[in-house]
Design a protein around this ligand. Structure first.
Ligand code: NAD
Ligand code: WQD
Length: 347
């Protein structure tokens, strides 16, 4: 049985990863400081699976805490979700973002290196791509970010590429095997409705906002711009079901044994569906699937938004043997089941 250390395992994506890993027969060790999550999410993971991850409440910047975990647990690979993820907050508090995301990852890498655990799956983001006139992004497109959050992800990608390159110089006996997973827009929730996205305060992202309007916690959704060069003028994104997304991580762990990682490598893969939906399509489909009205108004564009962005997921299919299974109706029905069963999240 393989043991996976999941950093940020109590968070939105991390908790869904714990469920899929436990159900796939992995032993799961979680490290989380609960800065953006609650222990209750892991209680729910236990209720869904009948199995418990081993929990360490610690900050990934605490080197001693990480070293103790690696000494105690027989870790085979790390899935690294821990980090801060709000674009707006990263603009007002960049040092906190670079400290948590970049420095936190450096500490994790040092602890892994010392423990000789060199298998890593990293949560990257489509936000590392430079804006392109081609809306379907492939892994070899130019990189470049326009906000501190995105730059923190890009810096980590660069660090990880350097770490992998150094193996060749050092002729390491155990080379680093690193998978960079560039997520498009994860939404939805586990089909049980027991775990899901539980943002602090007023959500920034579309889906939690739509759900909270539908349940009456928020009065009205602002649609940020209807004058983009898209089919209905509103922004188009590649929304991916969070359960499909986390299954991509298990495929990535499997791929570490495959030919392309045999002698060590650092490779990026898009995790998206390959299809984009507009904001109005999301609203209309949400209303259809849930039979709930979503009160909205058209508002000016939000600074920094792209018109259209969706994944070319061909490389993940070819090399990770992964593709999405759930459609937009599933994503929105599952998001609503979580929201309506848990109007105040985990509280
Ligand atoms: P989340 O905030 O729900 O989960 C992150 C978890 O990490 C939380 O439980 C938080 O408490 C923990 N954490 C944060 N800093 C930590 C630290 N220093 N030490 C220990 N634990 C720490 O976010 P999420 O949506 O689950 O995202 C997971 C990862 O995926 C993040 O790295 C995020 O940047 C990346 N990502 C998310 C999205 C998205 O839209 N949700 C898209 C692309 C990439
Ligand atoms: C989606 C669409 C908005 C809210 C962000 C980060 C990105 C990644 C995922 C982590 C856009 C529109 C939204 C609202 C709206 N995170 N919208 N009204 O901007 O694609 O990506 O989250 O890596 O880095 O930038 O996602 O959900 O905020 O927006 O009209 O109240 O919905 O303009 O077209 P985005 P989002």
């Amino acid at each position: 049985m393989q043991t996976i250390l999941v950093t940020g395992g109590a968070g939105y994506i991390g908790s869904h990863a714990c469920v899929e890993l436990l159900q796939a027969g992995f032993k799961v060790v979680v490290v989380d400081n609960f800065s953006n999550s609650k222990p209750e999410s892991l209680v729910r993971v236990q209720k869904i699976t009948g199995l418990s991850p081993t929990l360490y409440q610690a900050d990934i910047r605490d080197k001693q805490a990480l070293s103790d975990i690696f000494a105690k647990e027989n870790i085979d690979a790390v899935i690294h979700f821990a980090g801060l993820k709000s674009v707006g907050e990263s603009c007002s508090d960049p040092l906190n973002y670079y400290n948590n995301n970049v420095y936190g990852t450096l500490v994790l890498l040092e602890a892994m290196n010392e423990a000789n655990v060199k298998n890593l799956i990293f949560s990257s983001s489509a936000t590392v791509y430079k804006e392109s006139t081609i809306n379907q992004y492939a892994e070899d497109f130019p990189l470049g970010s326009i906000n501190p959050y995105g730059r923190s992800k890009l810096m980590i990608e660069e660090i990880l590429r350097d770490v992998s390159t150094a193996d060749k110089i050092n002729q390491s006996a155990t080379p680093w095997k690193i998978v960079l997973l560039r997520y498009f827009n994860p939404i939805g929730a586990h089909e049980s409705g027991m775990i899901g996205e539980d943002p602090n305060g007023i959500p920034n992202n579309l889906l939690p906002y739509v759900s909270q309007v539908a349940i009456g916690k928020l009065a009205q959704l602002s649609v940020w711009g209807d004058d983009y060069p898209t089919r209905d003028g509103t922004g188009v994104r590649d929304y991916i079901h969070v359960v499909d997304l986390v299954k991509g991580h298990i495929k990535a762990i499997d791929a570490l044994d495959a030919e392309q990682f045999k002698n060590g490598a650092c490779k990026a893969y898009n995790l998206g569906t390959g299809t984009g939906y507009s904001v109005l399509e999301i609203i209309n489909t949400f209303e259809k699937v849930t039979a709930r009205p979503v009160n909205y108004k058209i508002a000016p564009r939000r600074a920094g938004d792209l018109a259209e962005c969706f994944a070319n997921p061909a490389l993940a299919l070819a090399e990770l043997h992964w593709q999405t299974e759930k459609n937009l109706d599933d994503m929105l029905a599952d998001a609503w089941r979580w929201q309506s069963n848990n109007p105040n999240g985990y509280e």
